[in-house]
Design a protein around this ligand. Structure first.
Ligand code: ATP
Length: 668
């Protein structure tokens, strides 16, 4: 038996770096230092403040009289020898203050240091008189002032002011990227032809064939402008990449940069936004000035919605002014450069609906390029790209993986590949296998498996009946999404889950929507029928169903009483607090939604009671195995009567191929 001992070797520092006890982090100035400096200044001012004193001026003869009575504890003679400031012993303070000839103008304060000031004409008088007194046995503590140092004088006078300037420069530098006078300068990063840091090519972008074609044309414009201008065509000014998050918009823009071989400015919409008024507009101006200098070139603005949001949405809320100024400047600049100047603006957003209409008009962004979620063939290609650097087992089939990941974006697929590799590494495998990919997909869709979550037998039975209800209905309903697997192992927040293969339909009919609602209600219906009492386990299903039913009535015009009406505004301008329908219609909408859901719930119960024994069988298998796949369902229910959409498409393709083969054979 072998035992493993933990590795206790400490990492040794690299040879050219002497080990330092505290690590040799480079000194970095930050806000913490500014706070320290301010605190230091305040403390210095506090401790250096003059204590409260009371003072009066007396003549030289008076001073001499008092001195002979040994009234003063110390003398301070100024540097020039023209003034003595003497501190009065506390027991004489009242007498001296009240002896003011100006009829007791001075108010005497107890327990406050008392001083007198004497002007002397001869600079040596103080010294001579002090010596004289010493001979008579009175020995005042005499100090001769050195005067204040000019350096400290300057520091005390200008210190706070200097500190303020220093703080200001520091803040501005942080915003302006180094130069205190560079706040209004663009933050765009420039990738020049010579730069090696970035080299994404179109080969790294899988799928997206239409989008790629459009941007390839832009690259071609920049490489051979003559070809187009000779025919009288104008080079487009800009293209807007629109699509859901993670679909590869940024990647596409980077590929344009890699392929075009022209300077590429890259920045994000939020880089224009700053708390100072006018900064955004000035950054836009600076960006276009630089771009024109470097033309032909490409400017890429990611997440353009940060500046391009429609103007005047929130009248009365002044906070938008700065953003609107920035947008106005952007609109002006995009109008300002000639279409043949060779500066092409690419921008990306996933909220095209909220962009200002002026930004979208032809002449600014001439083209809108849709970058949608990848369809099956595209997903396959994306898998191929991301599997390039992963050691995979022969069991891994990209076609299969693409089928398992409907609705996944390119970023999700990249994540699946990485997650699968991590899972394989965790199990010390030599290469990544098909099951690792399946686990990765499950993990991304359903969250982490929580086997440690404690459930009672009763709860597990309830979950099994619930999930078996979904599975039975999805098998029995023509348009329900085909089932892939069902589990009662808790994952993420869910206690059990059923995995479906969502149909990637282009249009959805009323019957399809109803079947989906019915299958989703299958869990709750099974609980009521079999256990006899319903549970909170269906909350998520009910939420989905309610949303779906409202969408049917409000957006798709599928209500019985209020058909063919749509209460959605696709321009993105919300109705605010007022609804576009009356209270009566609102009640009707609620009635319609209730009707749809109740109807489907009854239907679900009906189907389940018709197949109650099979449902029970399925629940038992599930309790036993914890995870079941569509093959297990087939064993219980027999072959599914209907083909799924993807099976239908495959069948059509096969038929087509057969026809083509026949035609070829005949022609031979
Ligand atoms: P967002 O709108 O959130 O900014 P995006 O559309 O700009 O997202 P990207 O940043 O381009 O998405 O994509 C993220 C990652 O997803 C990429 O780095 C890449 O690894 C992967 N990816 C996305 N689409 C593709 C694709 N078509 N081919 C290859 N990889 C892709």
């Amino acid at each position: 038996m072998s035992s493993q001992t933990p590795n206790t070797n400490k990492p040794t520092p690299p040879p050219n770096q002497p080990p330092t006890p505290g690590g040799n982090k480079p000194f970095k100035f930050n806000m913490g230092w500014i706070y320290m400096l301010i605190l230091f200044m305040l403390a210095a001012i506090y401790f250096n403040r003059e204590p409260e004193t009371q003072s009066r001026e007396i003549s030289w003869s008076e001073f001499k009289t008092y001195s002979e009575r040994d009234v003063f504890s110390k003398w301070l003679v100024n540097k020039e020898g023209s003034v003595i400031k003497a501190t009065v012993k506390p027991e004489f303070a009242e007498e001296i203050m009240k002896a003011d000839s100006a009829a007791n103008k001075q108010v005497f304060k107890q327990n406050v240091e008392t001083t007198i000031l004497v002007e002397i004409s001869n600079p040596d008088a103080a010294r001579i008189y002090a010596d004289e007194l010493e001979k008579n046995g009175i020995k005042p503590d005499v100090k001769f002032g050195k005067g204040n140092s000019t350096f400290w004088n300057i520091i005390w006078q200008f210190g706070p002011f200097l500190l303020l300037i220093f703080v200001w420069i520091y803040i501005i530098r942080r915003m302006g990227g180094g130069n205190p006078f560079g706040v209004g300068k663009t933050k765009a990063q420039l990738y020049d032809k010579t730069g090696k840091s970035q080299k994404v090519t179109f080969q790294d972008v899988a799928g997206l064939s239409e989008a790629k074609q459009e941007v390839e044309e832009i690259v071609d414009f920049l490489k051979n402008p003559k070809k187009y201008t000779e025919l009288g065509a104008k080079i487009p000014k800009g293209a807007l990449l629109v699509g859901p998050p993670g679909t590869g918009k940024t990647l596409l823009a980077k590929a344009v940069a890699g392929e075009a071989d022209v300077p590429f400015f890259s920045l994000s919409g939020s880089d224009f936004v700053e708390m100072f008024v006018g900064v955004g507009a000035s950054r836009v101006r600076d960006l276009f000035r630089q771009a024109k200098e470097k033309a032909p070139c490409i400017v890429f603005i990611d997440e353009i919605d940060a500046v391009g949001r429609a103007r005047g949405r929130n009248p009365g809320m002044g906070a938008n002014d700065e953003r609107e100024n920035t947008l106005n400047q952007l609109l002006t600049e995009m109008d300002g450069f000639g279409s043949n100047s060779g500066v092409i603006i690419l921008a990306a957003t996933n909220r095209v609906d909220i962009l200002d209409k002026a930004l979208l008009r032809a002449g600014r962004f001439d083209r809108q390029i849709n970058v949608d979620l990848p369809e099956l063939p595209d997903r396959k290609e994306i898998f191929v790209v991301h599997l390039r650097n992963i050691k995979i087992d022969q069991s891994v089939d990209t076609e299969f993986l693409a089928r398992q990941t409907p609705g996944f974006s390119g970023a999700d697929i990249a994540n699946v590949c990485n997650e699968a590799a991590l899972i394989a590494a965790r199990h010390d495998k030599e290469n990544v296998q098909r099951e690792d990919f399946m686990n990765a997909v499950d993990r991304i869709v359903g969250g982490l498996e929580k086997k440690s979550k404690v459930t009672t037998l009763e709860e597990r039975r309830s979950i099994a009946i619930h999930e078996a209800g979904h599975a039975t209905l999805s098998w029995m309903l023509e348009y329900a999404n085909p089932l892939v697997k069902v589990t009662i192992v808790p994952r993420g927040k869910a206690l059990g889950a059923a995995w479906y293969m969502p149909e990637e339909r282009q249009i959805t009919t009323r019957q399809q929507l109803e079947d989906e609602i019915c299958a989703t209600l299958g869990g709750r219906a099974a609980e009521e029928l079999v256990i006899g009492c319903i549970s909170t386990g269906a909350a998520n299903d009910l939420e989905r169903v309610t949303k779906q039913a409202y969408a049917m009535v409000l957006y798709y015009g599928m209500g019985r009483e209020i058909p063919n009406l749509n209460y959605y505004d696709s321009s993105g301008q919300d109705y605010g607090f007022t609804k576009p329908y009356s209270d009566k219609t609102a009640r009707l909408i609620d009635e319609e939604v209730k009707y749809i859901i109740n109807n489907q719930y009854e239907r679900a119960k009906q189907i389940l009671s018709e197949h109650s024994s099979q449902h029970q069988q399925l629940a038992d298998v599930l309790l036993d195995k914890e995870v079941i796949f569509s093959d297990d369902l087939e064993k219980i229910f027999g072959k599914r009567k209907w083909l799924s959409r993807s099976q239908e498409i495959l069948k059509q393709q096969d038929l087509l191929n057969d026809e083509n083969k026949d035609a070829e054979e005949k022609s031979d």
